[in-house]
Design a protein around this ligand. Structure first.
Ligand SMILES: Cc1cc2nc3c(=O)[nH]c(=O)nc-3n(C[C@H](O)[C@H](O)[C@H](O)COP(=O)(O)OP(=O)(O)OC[C@H]3O[C@@H](n4cnc5c(N)ncnc54)[C@H](O)[C@@H]3O)c2cc1C
Length: 404
């Protein structure tokens, strides 16, 4: 008899379990398995984008406003609930688990703009793209060369950006640029963030883009962008009324400190993908027969499953702990790097093992395990590579190295 995973939802550990958390996890799981998974399986092979209607449903369920305060129309919850929902959505399609992060930038805007933007973001009606990476500035954010030059009434942005996901469909592109010329002695100085507002489906005047051909993450396009005298008004400069008035390093600090929650989010995405690979493998090994028995009878297959399950569980336990500590106001930068590193490395191995378990079928596009692997592969690269995570962790344990 094939043993179905009747309710494969991982139980939330007792220390963190509440009725509300069980409820939101159930809601996200039902939505992911019923609505998202069939769409992902249909659209990913043809590189189709996340449908508008699906985004609308996600907005109605509150998934864009998980951490947005209730007074702005959000759910007013924490990083823990954000991670719970993310894991469920990523189990079905990583692109969908990723798009819920695109509302968060609204909270970093000046107060005068937040009142309008944040409620829209909570509904998913206003979503942003983030243009930090450049052809020669990836892991090394301080080497950004895009310039924002002060002119009468605003700034002119000039430069090249790489890897800007969602640039076409977003309502705004937040651009990391320099308001001062690059100074090798003070590389962090003058880096700021500027908001380039736009209509979804278009690029604003002074911006052109080319889509990048990717091996996965197909729910949205990722762009190479050219900024050529793109004008933004003075109030496009973020942080000017808040964290960094007069602080020339403020924009760099803002960019660097803004990575902690995205790294927990990325761990949750990686765990969701690995869980999808595990669940699909558990089902497959009970149906596929060789040598007149289900392949799930062979110890080598059973031990692979055991290994996968143990790794997923261990990473999830750390993710819960880091998310909980973040909600308590603890500084979790290093732990966020740890869980991002461990979960993404784990996810690549577990999704690859699922392909092995599926044999030749795993190497076709007829089973989603190959999609899980292609998407899991990315979690080791973006939001800081595995090597950069190891650098953050080792820097917290050892004196600074001259070799950076
Ligand atoms: C599909 C996709 C979507 C993306 N979306 C966005 C987006 O929306 N917005 C955005 O701004 N960026 C985005 N990125 C960019 C992503 O954040 C970068 O790819 C990532 O930061 C790595 O930068 P890089 O590709 O330039 O690699 P590099 O920094 O050139 O790194 C190459 C290799 O060198 C290693 N390395 C670099 N420095 C060190 C060091 N000091 N110590 C040890 N090893 C090191 C790296 O770990 C890596 O293995 C996206 C990338 C991809 C692939």
């Amino acid at each position: 008899m094939v043993r179905a995973l009747e309710d494969p939802r991982p139980p939330i550990p007792l220390a963190y379990r509440t009725e509300d958390r069980i409820g939101i996890q159930q809601l996200a799981r039902d939505f992911a398995m019923r609505r998202v998974l069939p769409i992902a399986n249909e659209l990913d092979p043809e590189h189709g984008l996340i449908p508008e209607a699906l985004r609308k449903e996600m907005g109605d369920l509150g998934f864009f406003g998980i951490m947005i305060p209730e007074k702005y129309g959000g759910l007013g919850l924490g990083v823990f609930e954000y991670a719970l929902v993310t894991e469920e959505l990523a189990r079905a399609w990583m692109s969908v688990a990723s798009i819920i992060a695109r509302s968060g930038l609204a909270a970093t805007f000046p107060a005068t703009q937040r009142a309008e933007l944040v409620p829209r973001a909570a509904r998913g009606d206003w979503l942003a793209a983030f243009a930090m990476s450049e052809p020669d500035a990836g892991s090394d954010v301080a080497s950004v060369r895009t310039r924002a030059t002060k002119v009468d009434g605003g700034y002119l942005i000039n430069g090249q950006k790489m890897w800007c996901t969602f640039a076409d469909q977003a309502n705004c592109i937040v651009v990391v640029a320099r308001t001062q010329p690059y100074d090798p002695e003070r590389r962090h100085a003058g880096i700021r963030q500027l908001a380039v507002h736009k209509d979804p489906g278009t690029f604003p005047a002074g911006v052109t883009g080319n889509p990048i051909r990717k091996i996965g993450y197909h729910g949205w396009h990722t762009w190479e962008l050219s900024f050529d005298d793109c004008f933004v008004p003075d109030d496009a400069l973020l942080g000017s009324d808040r964290t960094e008035p007069g602080d020339p390093d403020g924009g760099f600090k803002r960019t660097a400190s803004g990575m902690t929650v995205p790294r927990i989010h990325t761990a949750a995405r990686a765990i969701g993908l690995a869980r999808g690979a595990l669940e699909d493998s558990v089902a497959y090994v009970q149906q596929r027969r060789q040598f007149e028995r289900p392949i799930g009878d062979f110890q080598s297959i059973r031990f692979k499953i055991a290994n996968m399950a143990a790794k997923v569980e261990a990473c999830r336990a750390l993710m819960y702990q880091v998310a909980h500590d973040a909600d308590q106001g603890e500084s979790v930068d290093v732990k966020a790097a740890m869980v991002k590193y461990l979960a993404s490395e784990m996810s690549e191995r577990v999704t690859s093992e699922a392909i092995q378990i599926h044999g030749g079928a795993g190497y076709t596009t007829d089973f989603p395990v190959e999609r899980y692997w292609r998407d899991a592969r990315l979690t080791k690269i973006f939001e800081g590579t595995s090597e950069i995570m190891q650098r953050i962790i080792s820097d917290s344990l050892l004196p600074a190295s001259a070799l950076r």
